[in-house]
Design a protein around this ligand. Sequence first.
Ligand SMILES: Cc1cc2nc3c(=O)[nH]c(=O)nc-3n(C[C@H](O)[C@H](O)[C@H](O)COP(=O)(O)OP(=O)(O)OC[C@H]3O[C@@H](n4cnc5c(N)ncnc54)[C@H](O)[C@@H]3O)c2cc1C
Length: 493
Amino acid sequence: MSKKKVVVIGSGFAGLSAATHLADQGYDVNLLEKNNTPGGRARKFEAEGFVFDMGPSWYWMPDVFEDYFAHFGKKPSDYYNLIRLDPSYTVIYGENDFIDIPADLGEFRALLETIEPGVGPKFDEFLKQSAYKYEVGIKDLVNRPSRSLLEFASLSLLKDIMKMDVFQSMSKHVRKYFTEDKIIRLMEFPVLFLGETAENIPALYSLMNYADIALGTWYPDGGMHKIIEGMVSLAEEKGVKFHFGAEVISMKMEDGHVVAVNTKDGRNFNSDIVIAGADYHHVDQHIIEPKYRSYNPEYWNTRVMAPGSLLFYLGVNKKLPNLNHHNLFFDEPLGPHADAIYTNPRWPEKPLFYASVPSKTDASVAPEGKENLFLLIPLAPDLDDSEEMREKYYHMIMDRLERLTGEEIRSHVVYKRSYAHRDFKQDYHAFKGNAYGLANTLYQTAILKPSLKSKKIDNLYYTGQLTVPGPGVPPSLISGRVVAKEVIKENNL
Ligand SMILES: Cc1cc2nc3c(=O)[nH]c(=O)nc-3n(C[C@H](O)[C@H](O)[C@H](O)COP(=O)(O)OP(=O)(O)OC[C@H]3O[C@@H](n4cnc5c(N)ncnc54)[C@H](O)[C@@H]3O)c2cc1C
């Protein structure tokens, strides 16, 4: 009997994960990627001796990566060496006002006590709750395909869900335990990964605090891209066939099925099943014929997208002793910046930003004596992204960076590349130039997200950061597994 043919669109974490799970189960998998290298938003590039990770830089939830590789009898260490960062990261609140976040839990607790004396027992309670949410959230909820409310209809699960403050905001939740602004900002920071502010993220996601504080911040030696290299190598071992420079532009339909997927350069791939790991909006609105689309433009325009980003990849010809591997610049209030992202979209007046210097940990990503510096400014999606604005923000951020670190950096930049909305659209077909997909707000959780299965095409499925369970590297990995399980359930070999 011939094997069922699966076409996976996109080689991001989700597409790679789905393709590998299905190839492992005996499906004949072709993976089509428009770019010339794998990894999607987690690609890398090299220039003048520097190696830049283009997207993710925080390796959180190491257990999710372990689970992924363990499913195939492997370990992350078969592909890359993990280093636990200590300090995990540094938060800069202002001039000479910063905190190094220690990796050790006891030291972290002691640090909180110095900021808010007597807070220890409240912190213990907060962490216990987040541990419980992590257990139920990551071990159970994220694995549900969320195609029907019935999936959540067990009494014990409902009890668990009620205990997890689904209807309370993260912001309120944090304020129940802590009063000092510095601690509140620290505890609210991890949910920014989920694409909204703490006011609009359900307190269920304090599970991210457990990931941050207890599970730690890690780094794969050689760069985040080592994860992608490991996943590609495993996918190839399982028989996935990769096609790069293969931009999907249309699907051939027969009786409500996709029978072939067509690329811009004229190749056609026959398909029994198609999994779209490319941005959901792009596939739904630009690849599929109108009568087969699951959603209409109004639906998409009313989704809360996670922010876009202005990024700078910089090579610096000296060491930067006053920066750590991860540095969060919270020297301006979040409120006006959040307003500029979510409420009244505009270029922010005084943005918060993040600086990563992976060459602090990893000598292979910069030439000797030099530093690899990555700057990230979160922005509203769909902004008018011009060279002038990028330059304006480069100098604004450099002014602050130089002032807060007390050293000259700009004149030492020997390599510079910027990346923002236009690039996200061109490289990934990102809706409104988004960087991190769809925000995890209450109304965009589980069954309220764009569905993992097409509503009109019975052999088309979706995976990745715009469907369940949500944005981020670990959720994208999980998304690939969840969709593969659905495919296997509905399309037995
Ligand atoms: C700047 C930045 C920083 C981030 N930082 C972190 C972090 O520190 N930690 C973390 O956990 N997460 C982080 N994230 C989020 C994380 O990177 C993403 O959630 C995750 O990589 C998304 O994976 P994906 O597979 O859903 O999508 P993608 O990686 O976008 O993959 C989709 C793929 O589909 C391809 N494609 C699109 N259209 C077509 C087509 N027509 N034909 C063929 N192929 C197509 C694209 O080229 C792409 O390769 C960050 C993201 C960005 C952008």
